[in-house]
Design a protein around this ligand. Sequence first.
Ligand code: NAG
Ligand code: NAG
Ligand code: NAG
Ligand code: NAG
Length: 392
Amino acid sequence: MNRLSIGPQLRTTSVLVVHLLLINLNRGLSKLIGSSQPIVATVGDDIILPCHLEPAVDVAAMTLEWTTSDPDPRFVFVWRAARELVLSKHPSYKGRTSLFTDELKQGNISLKLSEVKPADEGKYQCFIPKLNETSFVELLVGAAASPVISLTGIDGDKDGVVLQCESKGWYPEPELLWLDAEGKILSAGPTETVRGPDDLYTVSSRVTVEKRHSNNITCRVQQRNINQTRETQIHVPDDFFQFNIQSGSPPPSTSSPAVTVGLAVSLVVCIVFILLLVFFLWKKNMIKLKKCQWGENDHAAKKNFSKSKTEEQISIKEEREGEQLMRKVEKIKHIKEKQAEVQQLQEERMETNNTEVYLSTLTLTKSFDISLSWKSDIEKDIHIDSSPLLML
Ligand SMILES: *[C@@H]1O[C@H](CO)[C@@H](O)[C@H](O)[C@H]1NC(C)=O
Ligand SMILES: *[C@@H]1O[C@H](CO)[C@@H](O)[C@H](O)[C@H]1NC(C)=O
Ligand SMILES: *[C@@H]1O[C@H](CO)[C@@H](O)[C@H](O)[C@H]1NC(C)=O
Ligand SMILES: *[C@@H]1O[C@H](CO)[C@@H](O)[C@H](O)[C@H]1NC(C)=O
């Protein structure tokens, strides 16, 4: 009886003890596992910083912390009471960190970090206070970009071509090498390094390539920590060297600011010179035209086309644009030709008193009259001048 009544109590107690033992065992046995290898990320990537309990324990209800120690301790992500505690989060990680909430039951507290920046580089710690368990993950951030080679000018002393190589957007700072076609390193100027506001590095270097070198030149930029290499090859044509030897003038390169400025200045000088030449020729032409005009006027003076009138016309025209002026001069010439024809016909008519000639004179004068209406601003002048002809 007694044994029977004690039985269930004992069983309950033993189950409790075993349960407690198991939890304690779990606590003692479960370890947080991070990553022994650094995680290498490229700037802009979304990455996972691994961290999980082994053996697995459901941690969804526990407090979980991700922190980084560089340069100050700061919270990257805090999970408390089954949701994110945003208040303690460092502003530089705002909106960029999260946990895989479905994985928490399996003890997986890996952190997702979006849009990696160079400043994210450092040592990260995942921590479960209740289990006093911690683990570390190192993040290396890298960025690589292809170099660009440009021809910047010539080296008169060495009779060679100066090449520049530039590569923007590296992290960490890379090294730059110039290689010939055989892969031998060429001696070049010092590598200039500039760090931008985004923490990315720009490296550049110049090298003078002589004709005796092979013409295929490679610029290689590499970063061993992130295992990244980028290279660009350029082929310098033979005639490029010949060009330099023959003329000694800089090659048609637009990469160097000095060359660009030089080209711009010479272009401006050229344009000014051409404009001056055009103006000079135009002026010369005008004087010639004037002379011509005056000469014709002398002949046409007796035909009521007074010199003063033409002078006045020309002085007005001078104020207008050259093209318009040329057109008018053409028209006046045309009109004068017509006038001459009319005059000739009139003379013939007076001599022969022939009706046919008279008729053709009338037709001509009419067509002449129509032609006058072409241009309004000279119409008046000529109409007055030619009206006596029409009356004849
Ligand atoms: C933890 O979760 C992440 C995201 O789902 C996954 O990539 C990773 O493999 C998981 N780790 C383990 C040990 O299951
Ligand atoms: C937590 O673990 C560390 C070693 O990992 C130990 O030094 C520390 O005393 C532990 N703290 C508690 C409260 O158990
Ligand atoms: C230079 O490179 C070009 C292609 O980029 C290749 O066709 C040529 O054979 C190379 N010449 C040498 C001397 O390596
Ligand atoms: C670097 O990358 C190359 C391929 O991109 C790979 O073959 C090599 O094993 C890598 N080296 C290291 C140290 O990661």
